[in-house]
Design a binder for this molecule. Structure first.
Ligand code: FMN
Length: 348
């Protein structure tokens, strides 16, 4: 039953090591260029950003985590309260369970009740065309995310392994819902080619969710009797820094960089690479034990982003996007091979 699976995912992510083992996000290969004369008042730095007409106080998104199990209701309530307080965007986990089992609806509707003004993002799978409008209605969503998770489906004992027709279904979803549709991966990243296909299908927002943070092969390994395949694919995917640069080079729609981002310094690098916002899931699940922990985490994130902006002389997120950076190591190698000129970043 989906609802039991949701609880297992929460418990595994809270209590086990589910992050990539040897592969990293690639942000360690990215250096913003220090500006010894920033000519900026740090206290005046503006972190605000606008997403489909809604003004947010920070480019930080809490990306899809949960819902669909009574235990998830409390987590969603906590996340909704801090999102409203800090005026940041919040995504919920897959809404399929609630669309099919009305008794689970309140595990999602609790979010809007506690976050009346927040930018909220609903969540369904690519083949779930028939659930799209119901998902939007249950959450009163501003954006509908369609999750892409072929790795998880491959390792999950009950996985859906026929991925034919997904692009067409995504295109139909963009036609039938009257809010913007986002495509999001779940920790393996999105390539330049896939980003173009998604935008051609009508998607107006991409959350890249690259490799280096939570590994869904890892999560499913803990649920499987046989660990062989999960262990083998634990570190599969496009590193987050690479995926961010690939997608930014390929399409014009707004981009969320995510997957293993853990602080405002990495966020600053992601934005200078071309992202408009950044997202995190696992840290918010771990901090959802109290409002104080969640608020402190958001405070550290915003302040570390502000310091990075001060040190490159950026007053706004738009100015940060133009900041120069140097890309080295494996990340440079990858981008070189893929035809992305890294000098466009270092000599802007
Ligand atoms: N992503 C979805 O699109 N739908 C989901 O239902 C969903 N459930 C998740 C449940 C948990 C407990 C966690 C930790 C993540 C979940 N994700 C889901 C994936 C996250 O949104 C994100 O893509 C991934 O965890 C990588 O980001 P991170 O490294 O910051 O955790």
């Amino acid at each position: 039953m989906i609802s039991d699976r949701k609880l297992e995912h929460l418990l595994i992510c809270k209590n086990y090591d589910v992050e990539f083992k040897d592969k990293t996000t690639g942000f360690e290969d990215i250096e913003l260029i220090h500006n010894a004369l920033p000519e900026v008042d740090k206290n005046e730095i503006d972190l605000s950003t606008s997403v489909f007409g809604k003004k947010l106080d920070s480019p930080l998104f809490i990306t899809a985590i949960t819902g669909g199990h009574p235990a998830a209701k409390e987590i969603n309530e906590q996340l909704a309260i801090v999102s409203e307080e800090n005026n940041i965007a919040l995504g919920v986990g897959s809404q399929r369970a609630a669309c099919e089992h009305p008794e689970l609806e309140d595990t999602y509707s609790v979010v809007r009740e506690n976050a009346p003004d927040c930018l909220l993002i609903g969540n369904i799978g690519a083949p779930q065309l028939h659930l799209a409008n119901k998902a939007v209605e249950i959450l009163d969503a501003d954006i509908l995310a369609i999750h892409l998770n072929p790795l998880q489906e491959s390792i999950q004992p009950e996985g859906d392994l026929d991925a034919r027709g997904y692009l067409e279904s995504i295109s139909e979803i963009t036609d039938i819902v009257d809010i913007p549709v986002m495509a999001k991966e779940t920790g393996c990243g999105i390539s330049a080619e896939t980003a173009k296909q998604l935008v051609d299908a009508g998607v107006s927002f991409i959350d890249i969710e690259g490799a280096g943070g939570t590994s869904w092969a890892a999560v499913e390994t803990y649920r499987s009797e046989d660990r062989y395949l999960g262990e083998l694919f634990w570190d599969w995917g496009i590193p987050t820094a690479v995926s961010t640069a690939e997608v930014a080079s390929a399409v014009e729609v707004p981009i969320i960089s995510s997957g293993g981002i853990r602080n405002g310094l990495e966020a600053a690098k992601a934005i200078a690479l071309g992202a408009d916002s950044v997202g995190m899931a696992l840290p918010f699940l771990k901090k959802s034990v109290s409002q104080d922990e969640l608020n402190q985490f958001i405070h550290y994130f915003n302040d570390s982003l502000r310091i990075a902006m001060f040190l490159v002389g950026a007053n706004t997120i738009e100015e940060l996007k133009q900041s120069r950076l140097v890309i080295s190591g494996k990340t440079k190698q990858w981008l070189d091979e893929r035809g992305i000129n890294t000098k466009n970043y270092s000599r802007r």
